[in-house]
Write a protein that binds this ligand. Structure first.
Ligand code: XMP
Length: 430
């Protein structure tokens, strides 16, 4: 392994990621592991140069008081205790460590080198993937989103043609999105890519499904079925690549985490389709995933794209999806993205998209009364998607977008701008 490692043990504190980030900001790789990690597991991590016990206020994980294994203290690895009254530790702190304390612990007590960078991370992961996979095959659902794209690029680097990518076009992708996945991965990176156009099948399943949770479940469930069918056609696949990133682990990891919206990934495959997981990004924060993608040579647009929900435009074509409204969402979204890019807003605004509700309003076109749909524009800024504020988009830009949508998108006679912050609104409408 190229990189020295500082391990943070999760004793229920909400500050683990803050400490991990602080350490990575010092150029040192840091990972968070469960409190009950065994000595063998610590040894298997190789290069562990220091352990931080971070208990928070009450050392409670999922409602249970927790302890670390006492054998860890005999490993001879320096330990730093934060809010954790354990006398065997070499050092105790009663609040979050500041940068100076961390530096002293990491560089002086643990003797760590500041060698955390993407190049080394990729080299380490490539080696780990090769060790894990050997000469066997990995299957990957390649949505074209940042995470799955970066995993694909990493796996292509590590195992080349032993990776089989499946791109399912569920018909709810943005304009030209599936085409660009095929272009980048099949034509440029020479990936072994299976492209499945399942648009008709998804639209069929979604007919008359109006309830947002039901729509998400239908899309997620159908996605798994299509993917499963493709997986069954292939032979000799032992692994499933997943674009799990660190925030996914914290969001779905604890029993106490509440389900706000059912998230859509490739979990839930049938029992008899057993795969071992390959998750080379699972310790990365989002910005690090992007840096990793750039280092792996992915196009800037693919890596720095705004977030896009798994159910795609399906949750932006409100209520029961109809083809005409889906088309209106897709076309208006393309115009919005084009105009935001022209105004330089694509680099400034965190997420921006259009939504088409399932009702009509009266308008006038060519001197005749029309009863048509409306497009709602939403543009927000946020740090962690938990809260968000709206972007105060320049009126001229909004007017230009409105003119284009009204002129170029069929069945639309009205454009609105959503002024609502999160909370109380969520970012998406469904
Ligand atoms: P909300 O609407 O909950 O969205 O404020 C927060 C962020 O999550 C994105 N989002 C999803 N991402 N699968 C995803 O991968 C999903 O099912 C999903 N639903 C919402 C949303 O676009 C926003 O960035």
């Amino acid at each position: 392994m190229k990189q020295d490692l500082i391990v943070i043990l999760d004793l229920g504190s909400t500050q683990n990621t803050v400490i991990a980030r602080q350490i990575r900001d010092l150029g040192v790789y840091s990972e968070i592991h469960p409190h009950d990690i065994t000595v063998d597991e610590v040894k298997a991590l190789k290069n562990v140069k220091g352990i931080i016990l971070n208990g928070g206020e009450n050392r409670v994980v999922d409602g249970q008081e927790v302890e670390v294994r006492t054998e860890l203290y005999d490993l001879g690895i320096p330990m730093l205790s934060v809010d954790y009254p354990q006398s065997k530790c070499e050092k105790k702190l009663s609040s979050l460590p500041d940068q100076e304390t961390l530096k002293q612990f990491i560089f002086e007590e643990c003797g760590v080198e500041a060698n955390w960078n993407m190049k080394n991370f990729i080299e380490d992961q490539v080696e780990l993937i090769r060790q894990q996979v050997g000469d066997r095959k990995v299957l990957l659902a390649l949505s074209g989103g940042v995470d799955s794209s970066v995993v694909a690029a990493m796996l292509i680097k590590a195992i080349g043609q032993q990776l089989v990518c499946v791109h399912v076009n569920h018909g709810l992708m943005r304009k030209n999105e599936s085409e660009s996945v095929v272009k980048v991965f099949r034509d440029e990176l020479h990936a072994n890519l299976i492209y499945v156009d399942a648009s008709e099948r998804f639209l069929g399943k979604l007919e008359n499904v109006a309830d947002p949770e039901q729509k998400r479940k239908t899309i997620g469930g159908e996605f798994i079925r299509v993917f499963e069918e493709e997986a069954r056609k292939l032979e000799g696949i032992d692994f499933l690549g997943q674009g799990t990133i660190y925030p996914d682990i914290i969001e779905s990891g604890t029993k106490t985490a509440k389900m706000v919206k059912s998230h859509h990934n490739v979990g839930g495959l049938p029992e008899d389709l057993k795969f071992e997981l390959v998750e080379p990004l699972k310790q990365l924060f989002k910005d690090e995933v992007r840096a990793c993608g750039v280092e792996l040579g992915l196009p800037h647009d693919m890596v720095y794209r705004q977030p896009f929900p798994g159910p795609g435009l399906g949750v932006r074509c409100l209520g029961a999806i109809t083809r005409d409204r889906l088309e209106a969402v897709r076309e208006s979204d393309a115009i919005l993205r084009e105009e935001f890019a022209r105004a330089g807003l694509d680099k400034k605004v965190w997420q921006y998209f259009t939504v088409v509700p399932d009702f009509k309003s009266v308008g006038m076109k060519n001197n005749a009364r029309v009863f048509e749909y409306m497009v709602i524009i939403r543009a927000i800024n946020t740090i962690d998607a938990m809260t968000a504020s709206i972007e105060k988009v320049d009126w001229d830009v909004l007017e230009r977008i409105t003119e284009r949508i009204l002129a170029e998108v069929g069945n639309v006679n009205r454009v609105c701008y959503d002024m609502s912050p999160k909370p109380p609104a969520t970012i998406e409408f469904e």
